[in-house]
Structure formats: structure tokens, C-alpha cells
Design a binder for this molecule. Structure first.
Ligand code: SPD
Length: 345
């Protein structure tokens, strides 16, 4: 009888021991919150194959969308992909974790001109992903008049043949550029000045799209677009009739980076991913699918001549370029202004 009881007790012990053994073998994950059409599936699959870490991806279409979800959602994300002005805001709010730089030896591959930039002067919190500009795509098979800046796009002759980014801060900065006002000078007085310009511009827009503005141009739904440079580069690659113009009034230059939110559940995995994408042979895959300006000097050496000659990815010359800075609460006023004008019938 004693022996039977002993066997029963041992069986029970073994059964309860299984889950804790199972827990120790828990699958490693990385929760990546990134821009849509920016991280190739091939790169994610390669990372999982090399490390065994499963990547859960969620996308956003603007810094503002990312910020509101991040700030509302506790700490479920391990890695985010903000632009420079949003990194500046997140550092100020103490919402980013400092990187353990020894875990990211491939940082050495970055071109120094893209590191320790004003939004993260010590390079403690962010690692450049891709840089780019916002400019005008012209379907030269359709538009025969010269397009040099925003004023030409919205001259009235291309009514409802225009796609623009669905991004209030971008849109207002274009109107301010025509007045010679900085994109970082979003005072209430300057927003008042932008208002009548936007009131004539926005009714001329046919499509608002930040995810894939190239689609409306490719489908022939529109002839002009104000878009991210990577989208323009894809269009030029597909058909040389799509030219890229950096607006004469001044253009926006951005740098998007990877950063780890404070409280990220899998910080080590996030650093492994950052180190992985900094490998030159992985970074060229990103350039292949999303041809923005690659800040990885070793990867740029591996690009094909036609990739380096793409005028949207690597503009041969540029007018005045400006980078956005954190504008704090003014971001809400900008959004209100644009939403109100869009809503007018
Ligand atoms: N589909 C990826 C788009 C990335 C654009 N990032 C630029 C942000 C500038 N505010």
C-alpha cells in the first residue's frame, strides 16, 4: 500500500513539475511597433531564423498615432521607430530606456553624420533606421508645366489630381514654407497665417495617404504627390516618368530611428534586433525594398549603382532642408486646424 501511495505521489509531482519546465522554455518574442511599409518581412524572418525570437509587429502611419498608443498602452512594446522630433519628445518625457551600447557592436557601421544628432546628442537612446525627405512626385507624362514647389502643385491647374501625406504637421509645414516660416515655428499667429493657404490647397487634394501614396500615382488616379522620398524612389524605379522635386520653398528632412520604450518587457531582444539590422548585408535588404537614404555606411558600399543613382533616395542637390523639432502641445492645434479644413464641404 505504502509503495502505491509513493508511486501516486511521485506521479503527481512529475505532473505538476511539467508546467514549470515548460515555462522555462517559454518562446522568446519581440514586440515591434513600426511604420507601415518600412520593415521588410524578409528581415523579420531572417532575424527569427538566426535568433529563434518571434517578432510580433504592429504598424502606424504617423508619429502622433504611435505616440498616443504608446503613452496609453502601458509597456507592451519592446521597440518603436520614431522620427527625430518624437525621439526628442520621448526623451523629455523620460519614456525611453537608455541603450546598452555594448550589446550593439554593429553601431560601428553607421555613417557618423547620422549619429549623435541634436535630438539625441549622446546617441544614448536611438539608432538611425533610415533618413529621407518629403518632396513632390510629378508624373511627367501627364504634367507638362514646370513644377518647382508647393505653389505650382496647388496653382489650381491640378485640382483633384493630387495625393498628399495624411499628416497634419507635414501639411502645415508646407504652407508655412511658402511664407518663409520655419516648420518649427508653429505659433498661434503663424497657424492663422497658414489657414487661408490651406483653405485653398486642401479642396484640391484627391487622396490623403501616408501608408502608400505611390499607389494613387501608379494607378493613374492622380498626377502629382507630396510624399516620403522612399515612396518617390520606388515610383522612379518602376517608371522614369515619375520625377522627384525637392520644393524650392524648402523641404523637410527626417531621420527615423529605433528606440526602446521604458518598461519594455524584452529589452535584450530589442537590442539583438537593432544589432541585426545594422549588419551591412541585412541593411541592404531594407534599402532594396524601401529605398530611403541609408545611414549605414557599410551597407551603402553594397548598394548597386542604380540604387545609389536614384535621385529620390540620394538627391544630387537640395534646396533649404529643415528637420522637425518637438513642438509640444502645438501638435494638437495643428491637427485641429487641418481636420477642420478637411471637413469643410
Ligand atoms: N512607410 C514609411 C514611412 C516613413 C516615414 N517617416 C517619416 C516621418 C517624418 N515625419
Amino acid at each position: 500500500m505504502k509503495i502505491i501511495r509513493l508511486i501516486l505521489a511521485l506521479t503527481l509531482l512529475a505532473a505538476t513539475a511539467v508546467p514549470s519546465y515548460g515555462q522555462a522554455k517559454k518562446k522568446q518574442v519581440l514586440n515591434l511597433f513600426c511604420w507601415s511599409e518600412y520593415v521588410p518581412q524578409e528581415v523579420i524572418d531572417g532575424f527569427t531564423k538566426e535568433t529563434g525570437i518571434k517578432v510580433n509587429t504592429e504598424n502606424y502611419a504617423s508619429n502622433e498615432e504611435m505616440l498616443s498608443k504608446l503613452l496609453a498602452g502601458g509597456s507592451k512594446y519592446d521597440l518603436i521607430q520614431p522620427s527625430e522630433y518624437t525621439i526628442e519628445a520621448l526623451i523629455k518625457k523620460e519614456k525611453l530606456d537608455a541603450l546598452t551600447l555594448e550589446n550593439i557592436p554593429n553601431l560601428k557601421n553607421l555613417d557618423p553624420k547620422f549619429t549623435k544628432m541634436p535630438h539625441d546628442p549622446e546617441g544614448k537612446y536611438s539608432v538611425p533606421w533610415m533618413a529621407g525627405t518629403v518632396g513632390i512626385v510629378v508624373n511627367t507624362a501627364k504634367v507638362k508645366t514646370p513644377i518647382t514647389g508647393y505653389k505650382d502643385v496647388f496653382a489650381g491647374t491640378h485640382k483633384r489630381r493630387i495625393v498628399v501625406l495624411n499628416d497634419s504637421r507635414e501639411i502645415v509645414s508646407w504652407a508655412l514654407a511658402t511664407l518663409g516660416i520655419s516648420a518649427n515655428d508653429m505659433t498661434p499667429e503663424n497657424l492663422e497665417k497658414a489657414k487661408p493657404i490651406l483653405a485653398t490647397w486642401l479642396p484640391q487634394v484627391k487622396v490623403y495617404d501616408s501608408d502608400s501614396p505611390k499607389t494613387a500615382l501608379l494607378n493613374g488616379d492622380v498626377d502629382l504627390g507630396i510624399v516620403w522620398s522612399g515612396e518617390a524612389a520606388i515610383l522612379w524605379k518602376k517608371n522614369k516618368k515619375f520625377s522627384y522635386v525637392l520644393p524650392a520653398e524648402g523641404a523637410h528632412q527626417f531621420i527615423d530611428s529605433l528606440a526602446i520604450p521604458k518598461g519594455a518587457p524584452n529589452k535584450g531582444n530589442a537590442e539583438k534586433f537593432i544589432n541585426y539590422i545594422l549588419k551591412p548585408e541585412v541593411s541592404v535588404l531594407i534599402s532594396g525594398e524601401f529605398p530611403y537614404t541609408n545611414p549605414n555606411a557599410e551597407a551603402v558600399k553594397l548598394l548597386k549603382p542604380e540604387q545609389r543613382d536614384n535621385p529620390a533616395s540620394y538627391p544630387p542637390s537640395a534646396p533649404k532642408l529643415e528637420t522637425f523639432k518637438d513642438i509640444g502641445a502645438a501638435a494638437k492645434d495643428i491637427d485641429k486646424l487641418v481636420t477642420a479644413i478637411k471637413g469643410r464641404k
